[in-house]
Design a protein around this ligand. Structure first.
Ligand SMILES: Nc1nc2c(ncn2[C@@H]2O[C@H](COP(=O)(O)OP(=O)(O)OP(=O)(O)O)[C@@H](O)[C@H]2O)c(=O)[nH]1
Ligand SMILES: [Mg+2]
Length: 272
């Protein structure tokens, strides 16, 4: 990532959002930006690419880097590529937000921690989804135990979805930004094109509506993206990984039929 010259008046820096799949990284990014740049779903491994989300005020430019969830199964090529994305990002930023969820710190979190222990970049540990923690008193001993795992710069309980403590995070993040000229225009929100965002939004709707019917490997290609007067015409091609040998062909046929019906509904706006 390019880092340009020092500035007396402005601060600007890169902040990586990392964690195992499904802990709420993209939800946090969208809520910090107050707009959606990264897709989210209840299914793990939703984010596949590094996505920048940029938040600027008169003096600060926070360039957040949303990353794919670090995955423990390196067998699949896609997982390997996604993990490499995370590794390359954490060594090239000014601050890391390490997300975990609720009061469980599992094997997946340990793997991320192991990776982070090799960098000198400051790390804020964010305990997300605290709206789901019924016994709030259990948080304090949890925070104490976590503080012994590694010397985190801060440990903050948050709710990315509910907005709890997000203003505090914004202020903390700003305090870690180096003095530097802005790297992006003040009104730019992401480094990704409208075409890319359109493809991602379609993929999100497919995962959310049909996640139980379709395999995880859904890819969307935008075939046509054209503004005609006030209407944006988007043609997206939805590619689905071919199913392997079927143990129960009858069930598979039923699933395909159901999927087809849902997608047809989508053309009329009911599904999407
Ligand atoms: N209750 C609750 N749910 C949350 C919170 N933050 C995120 N979620 C939910 O957690 C699920 C996963 O959120 P994502 O933002 O897609 O998680 P992610 O870490 O980006 O996931 P990957 O991209 O797959 O690694 C979604 O269903 C979110 O709505 C929170 O603070 N509270
Ligand atoms: Mg994500």
């Amino acid at each position: 990532m390019n880092k340009s010259s020092e500035s007396k008046h402005t601060r600007c820096g890169f902040i990586a959002i990392v964690g195992r799949p499904n802990v709420g990284k993209s939800t946090l990014l969208n809520h910090l930006l107050r707009q959606k740049v990264s897709i989210t779903s209840r299914k793990p491994q939703t984010t596949r690419h590094r996505i920048l989300g940029i938040n600027s005020d008169a003096e600060h430019q926070c360039i957040y880097v949303d990353t794919p969830g670090l995955h423990s199964n390196q067998q699949k090529a896609l997982n390997k590529v996604m993990n490499n994305t995370v590794v390359s990002v954490i060594n090239d930023v000014d601050l890391i937000l390490f997300l975990i969820e609720k009061t469980n710190f599992n094997e997946g979190d340990h793997r991320v921690l192991e990776l982070l222990s090799k960098t000198h970049t400051p790390v804020l540990l964010l305990i997300n989804k605290i709206d789901l923690v019924k016994d709030k008193e259990s948080l304090l001993p949890h925070i104490n135990a976590l503080s012994k795992q590694q010397d985190f710069n801060e440990i903050v309980p948050v709710s990315a979805l509910g907005g709890h403590n997000l203003r505090k995070i914004e202020e903390l993040v700003k305090s870690y930004l180096p003095r530097r000229e802005f790297l992006f225009p003040e009104d730019q929100v992401t480094d990704r094109s409208s075409r890319f965002l359109a493809a991602e939004l379609i993929r999100e709707k497919v995962i959310r509506q049909l996640g139980d019917e379709l395999p995880y490997e859904v890819t969307v290609e935008i075939e046509n993206f054209q503004q005609q007067e006030s209407i944006l015409h988007i043609h997206g091609l939805i590619l689905v990984e071919k199913a392997g040998p079927e143990k129960n062909p009858g069930r598979q046929r039923w699933r395909a039929a159901k999927t087809h019906r849902q997608l047809r509904q989508g053309r009329h706006g009911n599904c999407f």
